[in-house]
Design a protein around this ligand. Structure first.
Ligand SMILES: *Cc1c(COP(=O)(O)O)cnc(C)c1O
Length: 417
């Protein structure tokens, strides 16, 4: 029986369904697995079909709550896009951006939407999502149209790229977008406050706060190892809120032979500082070109601390951080050396992976076409538009500006229509 406990240890262990629907634990902590199941290598090694592999890997986690055939059909419909592993110079790049909103957030969002839809009963559930760029559109897209779920997306006004913003504010059934006067950290704080004080609402969160996003994000780590020829490898992760990295750590704790993680950060370098031994390393977020990684106080740090001792964390994970100038240089160098166009987030990862011993897998978190201005600055011309992005501009939009005040948001949501 898999059960989940809060990082703050003040609440009872709950089922996956409960942890998923609640988002945050009632004591304000994050849900973590009470114990770590063993995932037998035979279930994923040499896999050639993502859906089958995904079902096998998640059965030890979810098997007692969802029948296997149903789990398989949820995973197949959620993760219905390719996940190629491509050679770029001396690194292997795992492209996680072939879902509908062109970032790796589609893995977590699409799977969570279907799982929540499976578990929710009659009463409508409002999903809150704070986004520094990509989560909001993935969640809005993944959840839209499901009858018992509605979504409120919060993003820091003026701090996401114009394409990201357009993806957020396109009118979708059951979705409202709020442009918050504040930073991503303010948006995240509003979500946390409301989850603890929901008033009349039935609320949940679809951030990497939600444990339901971690499970599907483990899957592509397995896929990389199933697709490659190596016995063990380093994995380099472009990091913001540390959800992606936490999912990799969970996969490793279940037995995946990762030799070490590289946590690649932009100028928001609190976590690398912590790994280097600083005790009071985190501070307010600052804006960079890799804006989905602009997180000052990453919420999943609390999970990592719970799951790993400081010593073990520092042995398992190496941190590094890269400025915007270095990010642009990385885009340019990778293009000149290999012809590959990396988005600014992936470029931070590729910079961090340079000089790592072979084999190193770099998770590519977004499609370069989402960041035409930055690519143009680095290379002189914008990347080819991705299919689906252009049509966004013909669609109607709906967005509301709001102060960074959780109680104003709460009354807006209590009067949804
Ligand atoms: C969200 C995001 C990240 C950071 O991932 P975390 O799980 O928050 O650490 C990196 N790159 C892109 C493109 C993202 O959207």
């Amino acid at each position: 029986m898999m059960r989940y406990v809060s990082t703050r240890e003040q609440t009872q262990a709950v089922t996956f369904a409960t942890a998923l629907l609640r988002g945050l634990a009632p004591d304000g902590g994050l849900y973590v697995p009470q114990n770590i199941p063993t995932v037998n290598p035979g279930t994923w090694e040499k896999s050639t079909d993502f859906g089958t592999m995904a079902t096998n890997v998640l059965t030890p986690w979810l098997g007692d709550e969802i029948p296997e055939a149903e789990l398989k059909s949820i995973l197949r419909s959620a993760l219905n896009f390719p996940v190629p592993l491509v050679r770029v110079g001396n690194a292997w790049v795992l492209e996680l951006f072939h879902g509908p909103t062109l970032s790796f957030k589609d893995f977590g969002a699409r799977t969570m939407a279907r799982l929540m839809n499976r578990f929710v009963d009659g009463e409508p559930l409002t999903i809150l999502v704070a986004t520094s760029g990509d989560t909001g559109s993935a969640v809005a897209d993944g959840f839209s149209g499901l009858p018992n779920l509605r979504v409120a997306v919060l993003y820091p006004k003026g701090q996401v790229s114009s394409i990201q913003e357009r993806q957020l504010v396109v009118r979708r059934e059951g979705v409202r977008a709020f442009a918050v006067d504040g930073t991503f950290d303010d948006c995240q704080a509003m979500v946390k406050t409301l989850l603890v004080s929901p008033g009349q609402l039935r609320l949940s969160a679809a951030n990497s706060i939600n444990v339901g996003r971690l499970l599907p994000q483990m899957l592509y780590y397995y896929w990389a190892f199933a697709s490659g020829e190596w016995k063990s490898a380093d994995v380099c992760v472009p990091c913001g809120n540390l959800g992606n990295l936490t999912a990799g750590v969970l996969a490793h704790l279940c037995g995946l032979p990762v030799s070490g993680f590289i946590a690649a950060h932009n100028a928001n370098d609190g976590y690398p500082r912590y790994l280097a031994g600083e005790t009071d390393a985190f501070s307010a977020s600052i804006r960079t070109l890799s804006n989905a990684m602009d997180v000052g106080r990453p919420s999943n740090f609390e999970r990592l601390k719970f799951m790993l001792s400081d010593d073990r964390m520092r042995r398992m994970i190496r941190g590094s951080s890269w400025s915007d100038v270095e990010t642009l240089a990385s885009i340019r160098r990778v293009y000149e050396e290999t012809g590959y166009i990396a988005d600014p987030h992936t470029a931070v990862g590729l910079a961090a992976a340079r000089g790592a011993s072979d084999p190193v897998i770099v998770l590519s978190t977004a499609h370069p076409a989402k960041f035409p201005d930055t690519i143009k600055r680095a290379l002189g011309s914008a990347p080819e538009a991705a299919s689906g992005l252009n049509s966004l501009y013909a669609m109607p939009v709906r967005v509301q500006s709001i102060e960074a005040n959780p109680y104003i948001l709460r009354s807006e949501l209590e009067n949804w229509d």
